[in-house]
Design a protein around this ligand. Structure first.
Ligand code: AHG
Ligand code: MN
Ligand code: MN
Length: 333
């Protein structure tokens, strides 16, 4: 079989479908290179001084891990000088990052969760990087926070890397979802799966059950029905998995089906959920929809939500279409 590297794939897509601009191709190559560097940093583990906390907090009041900070810096440094970006925004930075004046500027906005699932770092469980690409509004040279606040449906491209037993890069440019595996001997990402599709039916769900007492009634009802198994209203047994790295949980669902949920939580009623719309929910929803699945906040398609602030949170229900539609319909009843 002919090996197709990420570079080749992007050039061929550009020729075939004319959907990729040269700048966007450069952007994806640079992000992929940054993910390679993050994968190497993570892989050092206890051999280098990269594990543990960084003695700092991010804007959401979460203690940063050293690797949260390292991964953020890798992505910033890799992307600031190529001329393909207008600005960047990250889960780990209070405000958007302006491209330094000494470099040319491009037409895209890059948003990322540099290290997703970072609580898993110290226990050697899969973590990842999630990214989203938007177009900078026309005529804007110094993008500000409100220029990033576009609904997810406007994403040009989105992807994630999973740093697991292998390092995988999964991406969509709006025509299907494709997976690339890092070939460590050659140092390049190689296309290993084209047009990933999520099975519409499933027997697997993914949620942090310890929060059950804080959920809203429709979520409690939905989960109770799954837990009732064969003799309950669903007439079949369901299995549960929760890695606590969104990338790993979503990647499993993209591979073999399932539903992933992080519902709104009564503990912090002013926060509609834990996951961040710009860095986590939007890119993952774009990918899941492109793979034939669905993604809602319980009431509305996530990609249609108009974000109000950069670090806004949202409830997330995504994965196999029939299950997402069911739990959404319970919210709307
Ligand atoms: P991050 O490490 O970027 O802060 O994200 C962690 C998120 C997500 O990856 C995961 O699904 C969820 O938090 C796990 O939450 P719990 O610890 O509440 O299970
Ligand atoms: Mn995350
Ligand atoms: Mn993170």
């Amino acid at each position: 079989m002919r090996r197709v590297t990420l570079t080749q794939f992007l050039i061929e897509e550009q020729r075939k479908k004319q959907i990729i601009q040269s700048d966007l191709r450069l952007l994806l190559e640079v992000v992929a290179r940054a993910c390679k560097a993050i994968s190497i940093a993570i892989g050092k583990g206890g051999l280098a001084d990269v594990l543990g906390s960084a003695a700092s907090e991010n804007v959401q009041g979460e203690v940063q891990k050293k690797l949260d900070v390292i991964s953020n810096e890798i992505l910033l440094e890799a992307n600031e000088w190529g001329g393909h970006l207008a600005a960047m925004a990250s889960e780990e930075m209070d405000h958007p990052y302006a491209i330094p004046h000494r470099y040319p500027k491009g037409e895209y906005l890059l948003l990322f969760d540099p290290l997703d699932g970072s609580s898993n770092i110290d226990v050697n469980v899969s973590v990842g990087t999630i990214f989203s690409v938007l177009r900078c509004p026309e005529g804007i040279v110094q993008p500000e926070e409100h220029h990033f606040l576009q609904p997810g449906a406007r994403q040009v491209c989105a992807g994630y890397a999973v740093y697991g037993p292998t390092t995988l890069l999964v991406l969509t440019l709006g025509s299907g979802v494709h997976a690339f595996t890092l070939d460590r001997e050659f140092g390049s990402f190689v296309l290993t799966q084209r047009d990933l599709t999520i099975p519409p039916e499933t027997k697997e769900f993914s949620i942090n059950m310890s929060n059950m007492r804080h959920w809203e009634p429709p979520v409690k009802r939905y989960i109770e029905e799954l837990l009732a198994g064969k003799t309950g209203p669903r007439g079949k047994d369901f299995n549960m998995r929760w890695v606590a790295s969104m990338v790993a949980d979503v990647h499993r669902i993209i591979t073999r089906g399932g539903i992933f949920m992080y519902p709104r939580d009564a503990r912090e009623p002013d926060k509609p959920g834990k996951l961040r719309i710009m860095y986590e929910a939007n890119p993952m929803s774009f990918i899941v929809e492109q793979a034939g699945g669905a993604a809602t906040n319980g009431r509305q398609r996530i990609l249609d939500v108009q974000p109000q602030t950069l670090h806004e949170r949202v409830a997330v229900f995504l994965g196999s279409r029939s299950e997402v539609e069911r739990v959404t319909s319970y919210h709307l009843e």
